[in-house]
Ligand binder design. Structure first.
Ligand SMILES: [Ca+2]
Length: 488
């Protein structure tokens, strides 16, 4: 037999991959930033108007008890795209990006696994955390097309004079053309790419929307959906933290987002609630434009859609706004799958993790399995939402602070060994910490077994929202924590 030149062999391999791949479904991944359960289909806020996310949920399966693995952008997104827990990689802060971490340097990330198996892949908007992957050469290795990721238009002067001087810590009516907003541009870019994607290859296209991440801006018409006098503020209990360990404050020692005390003193609580809802509804309208664009391409029936948010957001609950906590407000996220093989109009109430997205997309598209992923395919639940699931959802914020969420319970253990336990079936606001109640000692012991045995040390270069202990005590972002200086 004649020897076939390696180049010819390689070419044949690519052709056969493409032939195999051509039959596979496309993937449209919609990522949302800082969106908690304040959407219609999750019923986290009675006022919330999100008709387009709701119609996607109707077309598919909604995971109503889905949780992030990290309550912060970079570690959450790194976890989803790598398929690994923060406690495995040591990525806990806003830095480093994944490729700066030794164990992730050459790790096959989710979009790479699709590209290597014949997919055309493209990213628009915020999918990886901003600045997490730098340099054109590296970006070209992550996606076939690394598209634009525009920022938000900012007014010349901040609308709200927040304690943080950061320009993005702001909210209110910002009446520039909607076309100036990042999410409009990202929807446009993703729709154009869907239309222009190669027809002989399946695509994996990701669109990362920025709202309702601060600044919570929208034009007047979105604020008009939420008359201020009819708004329901989130349920907040006075002294909610009196049965919470002091150490919980260490996890969000200093944040750009203001405390509830500041919002109340400055009459900004209600305006922030309203702005969060308005910017969410605007973002939802861009999800609608994206879904319409997919339909117009004629490829929608052969496309699996997944929508998720990187983590939730507090708007006053437990005395804070923002994320960086192990409570439901930070961990609970929307997670929706729709498309071929997915049951329409179903709701799965069992815990699911964003970590499950990688193995689920691999399974639903029939790609070769990836070794070493830490999530579990949700395919059984996409077929039958009641199919039993054996795993809890786990969230980690900095080393050795974990929470375990089951269908019934939330258990938290902090790095100083202090604990919280909530009966989510009877106390969904997490107002009564049962960790010290002997009646629940057995349940607590079972939950404690599910906490990861070991947290990786923070990856070299860890920065922003970092909590570490050295010889002298605990440090937040490198500065010693002094209890008397706490901002409550
Ligand atoms: Ca985020």
């Amino acid at each position: 037999m004649k020897r076939i030149a390696p180049l010819v062999l390689a070419a044949l391999l690519v052709v056969s991959l493409r032939l195999n791949a051509a039959e596979r479904p496309n993937v449209l991944m919609i990522v949302v930033d800082d969106l908690n359960d304040w959407i219609g289909c999750l019923k986290g806020q009675p006022s919330a108007l999100t008709p387009h996310i709701d119609r996607l949920a109707k077309r598919g399966t909604l995971f109503s008890n889905a949780h992030t693995q990290a309550p912060l952008c970079n570690p959450s997104r790194t976890s989803v795209l790598s398929g690994l827990r923060p406690s495995t990689t040591g990525v806990y802060g806003l830095a480093p990006g994944p490729r700066a971490v030794a164990m992730l340097k050459d790790w096959v990330m989710l979009p790479q696994h699709f590209e290597r198996n014949g997919y055309f892949t493209a990213s628009f908007g915020k999918v990886y955390h901003d600045g997490a992957i730098t340099g054109a050469a590296q970006r070209a290795k992550e996606w076939t097309v690394w598209g634009p990721s525009p920022g938000e238009p900012l007014p010349p002067k901040k609308i709200v004079n927040t304690p943080s001087e950061m320009k993005v810590v702001d909210w209110g009516v910002h009446n520039v053309s909607e076309k100036e907003y990042a999410d409009w541009k990202t929807a446009d870019n993703a729709v154009a790419q869907i239309a222009a994607a190669p027809k002989d290859q399946p695509f994996f296209i990701a669109a990362g929307f920025r709202m309702p991440h601060l600044p919570c801006f929208a034009t007047q018409k979105w604020f008009d959906l939420y008359p201020e006098d009819k708004l329901e503020l989130p349920p907040v209990l006075l002294d909610d933290r009196k049965d919470v360990p002091d150490f919980a404050w260490y996890l969000h020692w200093k944040l750009p987002e203001p405390r509830l005390s500041w919002l109340e003193q400055n009459n900004q609580w209600r305006p922030l609630v309203r702005a969060y809802l308005a910017s969410t509804s605007f973002m939802d309208s861009q999800v609608g434009r994206l879904l319409d664009g997919l339909k117009a391409s004629g490829r929608d029936k052969h496309t699996i859609i997944v929508l998720w948010s990187d983590h939730g957001w507090h708007i006053g609950e437990k005395g804070i706004s923002g994320k960086n906590t192990l409570w439901e407000r930070s961990t609970h996220v929307p997670l929706i799958f729709a498309g071929p093989g997915v049951t329409a109009g179903a709701v799965c109430t069992q815990p699911a993790e964003l970590l499950d997205i990688y193995p689920t997309l691999v399974a639903t598209t029939g790609l070769p399995a990836r070794e070493g992923l830490e999530g579990h395919s949700l395919v059984p639940q996409l077929r039958d939402a009641a199919a039993k699931r054996a795993w809890p959802a786990i969230t980690t914020h900095n080393a050795d602070n974990h929470t375990v969420r089951t269908e019934r319970w939330r258990y938290i253990r902090y790095a100083d060994a202090s604990e919280e336990l909530y009966d989510m079936a009877n106390d969904r606001n997490e107002w009564t910490n049962l960790a010290g109640d002997v009646h629940y000692a057995a349940a607590k012991a079972e939950l404690a077994k599910l906490v990861p045995a070991k947290s990786a040390d923070p990856a070299p270069g860890s920065a922003h929202r970092t909590l570490v202990r050295d010889g002298t005590g605990w440090r937040w972002e490198g500065e010693p924590i002094k209890w008397e200086e706490r901002v409550q």
